[in-house]
Design a protein around this ligand. Structure first.
Ligand code: ARG
Length: 244
């Protein structure tokens, strides 16, 4: 009798703990290989694996929501999503409105052009069209250093909701160059007929973001990151997406 009682108690606890595992809605912008992209109708990439491995370690579930990069922070603030993971650079301005995890990746900005063009870094100056993804640090860099400084005209800065569109614009000649994160520029250069002609040493770190003040969730995410590094799972993920 005692045994049956303890077995059913264990079962009950098991059911309860499964039922209690929360599901967090994770926002991303799935246009950013190898961090997040769509393959065979699934969201895949380094960030996708990273967040689901953290979730497994910390005992929560995740559900991915794809949206434009510039809606991620508003979506966190309004509670439409709980977590944003999108190769998102930790910046001072963003840190005022959301909380970031410890950094998990480092990047600069690269300038890409069509493979068969003769453009060099000077493509950034003069009468050329520059493509960026709206609201990214690439957008900020071009806006601050080229537009405000008077090197390019307003209508030569082309903002796209998705990097997929900015890449298409480059390939079909609608823009002369695209400014984007260095790891992604290098990946695009392997996949498509484009090349990197310059690197802007912006020294960025990527973090996972949550709603401002959600310290419980950010602590869990940081704890997960630490555990993945210690267990070697982080290096496995790096090999999977960045290994040769
Ligand atoms: N690191 C840059 C930023 O934070 C670009 C990120 C773009 N991410 C994406 N999934 N499209 O602004």
């Amino acid at each position: 009798m005692k045994k049956i009682f303890s077995i059913s108690l264990t079962l009950l606890l098991l059911i309860a703990s499964f039922g209690l595992a929360v599901t967090y809605i994770v926002g991303t912008s799935a246009d950013f290989p190898p961090f997040e992209y769509v393959q065979n109708g699934k969201y895949v990439g380094f960030d996708m694996d990273l967040i689901s491995t953290i979730a497994k370690t910390e005992g929560f579930n995740v559900e991915i929501r794809d949206m434009s990069f510039d809606s991620l922070i508003p979506a966190l603030r309004s509670g439409v999503i709980d977590i944003a993971i999108a190769g998102m650079t930790i910046t001072k301005d963003r840190s005022k409105v959301v909380d970031f995890s410890d950094p998990y990746w480092f990047a600069d900005q690269d300038v890409i052009v069509n493979k068969n063009s003769n453009y060099t870094v000077t493509v950034l100056f003069g009468n050329h069209k520059i493509g960026v993804q709206t609201g990214t640090t690439g957008d900020l860099w071009v806006s601050d250093n080229l537009l405000k400084a008077g090197f390019i005209k307003q209508n030569n800065l082309k903002r796209y909701q998705s990097f997929i569109y900015s890449l298409q614009a480059l390939l079909n000649g609608a823009v002369d160059a695209v400014v984007l994160d260095s790891p992604v520029a290098k990946r695009f250069a392997q996949m498509r007929p484009v090349k990197v002609v310059a690197t802007l040493m912006t020294g960025e770190s990527y973090g996972i973001a949550v709603k401002k003040g959600n310290s419980r969730l950010i602590d869990q995410i940081n704890d997960g990151l630490k555990k993945l590094k210690a267990s070697g799972e982080m290096s496995k993920l790096i090999d999977k997406y960045f290994g040769k």
